[in-house]
Write a protein that binds this ligand. Sequence first.
Ligand code: ATP
Length: 198
Amino acid sequence: MAGYVVGVTGGIGSGKTTVTDCFADLGIVIADADEASRKIVEPGQPVLDAITEYFSKDILDETGRLNRKKLREIVFNDVSKRKALEGFTHRPIMDELQRQLHEARGEYAMLVLSAGLGTSPLIDRMLVVDAEEPIRIQRVMIRDGSSEALIRQIINSQPSSEERLAIADDVVENNSDIDQVRADVSRLHARYLELARA
Ligand code: ATP
């Protein structure tokens, strides 16, 4: 079990995956809240039954999987339904992440908290990945083929860089090339090993 957990957050296209891939190359286990939130609603999971009971079977697609887009749209406009959904999912997501972190070997592990601001009782320290907005937009346009307008809309719906930086213990300023990311990761890895041993 990893005794020390570093949280990772950052807006769309900031480079969370790029950064955590570099930590993974160093043998660090990465738990991901987005992945866990998808896993706990797979067919056969009790959370999916609870969601179906509350939102009706209309929330499933033709293969019986959760229609996440439809669910997002419903709860976006309805606070009480959003709260109900969180009531079904919050604890199982936390349990899943706790399980992954518990099983993680190594002196420390990482927990990617993409969506919200990213505070969590599971973490000891927060790493924020950031990049200048035009760079993020450019990278996501290339990665996803999305329009600039859509990416701006997503950026505006997320916490701002300033809000994230306010809760950061460490920051990777990802405005340069991958070699720079590797150098930053190597420096942070040494620091996290020190902290985990302390
Ligand atoms: P999301 O929140 O959308 O999941 P993310 O924060 O995980 O995004 P990445 O997917 O890591 O961001 O990076 C966005 C894109 O930019 C990817 O295609 C990635 O390969 C590229 N990228 C990230 N950092 C760099 C860099 N320093 N140099 C060149 N390309 C980069």
